[in-house]
Design a protein around this ligand. Structure first.
Ligand code: ADP
Ligand code: 5GP
Length: 197
């Protein structure tokens, strides 16, 4: 029998480096599936529909929500975001690990539905560095950046809801830490099917 895949939930303040870490992880580990979220946010320069997000109108997003199409959903920084249900359980049952890069409200919903999931919180080395990164990313307006930085210190208060905290100081080291967490989690007895017969 195939061992079930690991559901890996990654959260953290905007600009902490969640997307960058996940991209690097997916490049290195082929057997991980990144769940593409739906959002009502407008695409940033370079973002592709169906690759980075499913970019939906508010009407379409709410229609899908009313059809129970999301495993979780939340309003974050003034836009709706949701994890499409389809695929996630299918991939897990096939033994594929799945990453959800979602906010804290979404993570808490997933914790109720999938207590066996692992929850990783990515933090920047400092709030100053967070501001530098979010500005340097150059994808958001001043108002959006202000809103996101304002939320950051509040978001950090939720760190204790998570199983692991990874400080994203040097990118490669942060990626290695996430990989180590996944490797260790896979060795936990309750995830193993040991049968010598
Ligand atoms: P998030 O997905 O958490 O909002 P991003 O992955 O978009 O954050 O990263 C925000 C910005 O910080 C990007 O410009 C990214 O290249 C940069 N960045 C990510 N990790 C690091 C790091 N360890 N050191 C310096 N810059 C980083
Ligand atoms: P961004 O607009 O920077 O791509 O994402 C903003 C925030 O929304 C981030 O904290 C990100 O993790 C979160 N987010 C992205 N997709 C989802 C999702 O499907 N559900 C929830 N709850 N949050 C999400």
């Amino acid at each position: 029998m195939t061992e079930k895949g690991l559901l890996i939930v990654v959260s953290g303040p905007s600009g902490a480096g969640k997307g960058t870490i996940c991209k690097q992880l997916l490049k290195d580990a082929k057997k991980i599936n990144y769940s593409i979220s739906a959002t009502t946010r407008l695409p940033r320069k370079g973002e592709q529909d169906g690759k980075d997000y499913l970019f939906l109108t508010r009407e379409k997003f709410l229609e899908m929500r009313d059809d129970s199409a999301y495993l979780e959903w939340a309003e974050v920084y003034g836009n709706f975001y949701g994890t499409p249900q389809k695929n996630v359980e299918e991939q897990l049952n096939k033994g594929t690990d799945v990453i959800l890069e979602i906010d804290i409200q979404g993570a808490l919903q997933i914790k109720k539905k999938f207590p066996e999931a692992i929850f990783i919180f990515i933090v920047p080395p400092s709030l100053e560095e967070l501001a530098t990164r979010i500005n340097r990313r150059g994808t958001d307006s001043r108002e959006v950046i202000r809103k996101r930085l304002h939320s950051a210190s509040k978001e950090l208060e939720y760190v204790s809801e998570y199983d692991y905290v990874v400080i994203n100081d040097v990118l490669d080291m942060a990626v290695e830490r996430v990989k180590a967490i996944i490797t260790a989690e896979k060795c936990r007895p309750h995830r193993k099917q040991i049968n010598f017969n």
